[in-house]
Design a protein. Structure first.
Length: 281
């Protein structure tokens, strides 16, 4: 299993890193287009769609993103999109987690499919527009989610249930603890301060998310970091809830050793549009 995970990770990095650092944003946009199409196919399968309908959902996601690209949305300011997407994630995520696993099947399937399709489209739009802004800005958002996940894992293993009596969401994801969440927040806060300092020292041409928050007042940095880290946890829990409702361990087997695409990007789905909202409104 470990060998499989390493090989898959190496292949993904060999594709993603050249696309990310290419002078033009186009290769990255194409790679993300493929990933979003695959994630939409997985979304259809998790929501009881047959093979044909799941493929159709994947094609619809690709077509929606490609249409947005053709219409020039990547170069436009989209404050209304970020506000609506952010509000939907905050409100919808809270309602879903409150309803729990049993509440998900009660939502009409058409609503679930359209909602997932829109969430994936907005995530693609936010990721590629962040790349258009600059590599430094996009990386600062991506690394935030990765650092939150890594620190949450290790702090959860080291301190889980030592300071709190209950787990974070035992009916949805029994392995997660509040100690893990706060460890993730602490890790991201250190990252944000170090990244912001590095931006100033290097006089970076493109400001990171952290530099943009700090420029509007020092207090916006910890608040923004706390909010985005919490929403990355919401994205993770929402996908776990849906998989548990579907009786699935992973969203698919597209990435051997890692599960599916949704398993890798679940925390990014709310974080990307919310980061765009915080940085540019």
């Amino acid at each position: 299993m470990l060998k499989q995970r390493i090989i898959t990770a190496a292949v993904l990095l060999a594709i993603l890193l050249p696309a990310l650092f290419y002078p033009s944003y186009i290769p990255f946009a194409v790679v993300m287009l493929v990933l979003i199409g695959a994630a939409a196919w997985e979304w259809g399968r998790l929501n009881g769609c047959g093979p044909r309908l799941s493929v159709l959902l994947g094609l619809e996601a690709v077509a929606l993103c490609a249409l947005s690209w053709w219409l020039g949305l990547l170069q436009q300011s989209l404050p209304v999109v970020w506000i609506l997407a952010g509000g939907a994630w905050v409100l919808g995520g809270a309602l879903m987690l409150r309803a729990g696993v049993a509440g998900w099947p009660t939502v009409p399937r058409a609503v679930r499919l359209v909602g997932g399709l829109l969430a994936l489209w907005v995530a693609w739009l936010a990721a590629v527009q962040a790349r258009v802004v600059g590599i430094n800005f996009l990386l600062s958002v991506l690394v935030l989610v990765w650092v939150a996940d890594v620190f949450a894992y290790f702090s959860g293993r080291a301190f889980g249930l030592r300071f709190t009596r209950g787990k974070l969401a035992p009916a949805i994801s029994p392995g997660k603890s509040w100690e893990g969440v706060w460890g993730g927040v602490a890790g991201v806060l250190v990252l944000a301060l170090a990244w912001g300092w590095a931006d100033r020292a290097a006089q970076a041409d493109v400001a990171s998310l952290y530099s943009r928050l700090m420029a509007r007042g020092w207090w916006q940095l910890p608040l923004g970091v706390l909010f985005l880290t919490m929403m990355s946890v919401v994205g993770d829990l929402v996908e776990s809830l849906i998989k548990r409702s579907a009786g699935a361990k992973d969203s698919s087997n597209l990435l051997p050793g890692h599960g599916g695409v949704l398993d890798r990007v679940d925390a990014l789905l709310p974080t990307l549009p919310l980061a765009m909202m915080l940085a540019f409104l």
